[in-house]
Unconditional design. Structure first.
Ligand SMILES: C[S@@+](CC[C@H](N)C(=O)[O-])C[C@H]1O[C@@H](n2cnc3c(N)ncnc32)[C@H](O)[C@@H]1O
Length: 281
């Protein structure tokens, strides 16, 4: 097996990935891409990166069959339950109570944009189930990702002991079911929580996201770090088209939208309110 991609092969794959996903692949990512491709080559029984590259770029039918796998392996899917937990507190203590005072419809609508394996949308659902114990309301969560592999996992709602570790014990008792097979330490999110979350395939580079409802809240965290600045502006602009004026957008604490021409006003740590008049061009 050839142990390294040539600079040309890497440049071709990285350009393809940037074009289809918006994900930057500078030369510093070569080792990472190479090791992910290495696994794929083994699955396909191929002996060299040259063979894989040749098939992908010279054979249209082979590319059509392989593109989903290549795009899946190009994404980084790190996530956790209750990641950056302050945002879930803000949702439950500030944003939801305001919505309950002045509901914008019969359902509180959230979009988890770039949901990976589901930990984030299920955390949102658990947070809102807890709030619902105090006051009744309807909510629904749309969770989308471009990777078909992570969506498949998210839909199963099954997690290992290690993955559920960040969920506080009292919430685990309420919202997780333990596998009947005691050797197999796996947990599944209860049906009452799952019923509030629907999953869909969505690429942020698509010209039209095809969402029918305006959202009250969007979680778009730890996704745009992989995009260059023009792509970030473009994607967040499109996300804002699906966010109700007055609705809230959460990004990760390590991310920033500073100086970008967007209809958003910063309201707190890494969260914004959609204010169409705030757009300065
Ligand atoms: C690091 S995970 C973040 C998961 C979660 N939001 C969190 O903060 O824990 C980033 C996710 O963005 C998705 N993603 C990357 N590029 C995308 C694109 N162009 N369209 C849609 N999703 C994308 C990846 O598949 C991945 O699951």
């Amino acid at each position: 097996m050839t142990s390294a991609l040539t600079p040309r092969q890497f440049a071709d794959f990285s350009a393809f990935i940037a074009q289809h996903l918006g994900i930057k692949m500078p030369p510093s990512k070569q080792v990472m891409l190479q090791s992910r491709l290495h696994r794929r080559l083994r699955e396909l029984g191929l002996d060299s990166f040259a063979e894989y590259h040749e098939r992908f770029f010279r054979d249209e039918a082979a590319q059509a069959d392989e593109i989903e796998h290549l795009l899946n392996l190009a994404t980084t899917n790190k996530t956790d339950f209750f990641r950056e937990p302050e945002h879930f507190d803000i949702l439950a203590r500030e944003i939801l109570p305001r919505w309950l005072q002045q509901p914008t419809g019969s359902v509180f609508r959230l979009w988890c944009a770039g949901c990976s394996t589901g930990e984030e949308p299920y955390t949102l659902a658990i947070t809102l189930m807890e709030a619902r114990a105090r006051q009744s309301f309807e909510f629904s969560i749309l969770a989308t990702d471009v990777s078909t592999r992570v969506l498949q996992h998210a839909r199963t709602a099954i997690y290992s002991e290690e993955q559920i570790a960040p969920i506080p014990q009292p919430l685990r008792a309420k919202y997780l079911l333990r596998s009947r097979d005691r050797q197999n330490r796996q947990y599944r999110i209860v049906p009452e929580v799952r019923a509030h979350v629907s999953f869909g395939h969505l690429n942020f580079l698509a010209p039209d996201y095809g969402l029918r409802e305006l959202m009250d809240v969007v979680f778009f965290r730890n996704v745009m770090i992989y995009f260059d600045r023009p792509t970030q502006t473009d994607v967040v602009t499109k996300i804002c088209h699906h966010l109700r004026p007055g609705g809230h957008l959460f990004i990760a604490h390590s991310e920033s939208l500073q100086g970008q021409p967007l209809p958003l006003r910063l309201r707190g740590p890494a969260f914004f309110q959609h204010e169409p008049s705030a757009l300065r061009t």
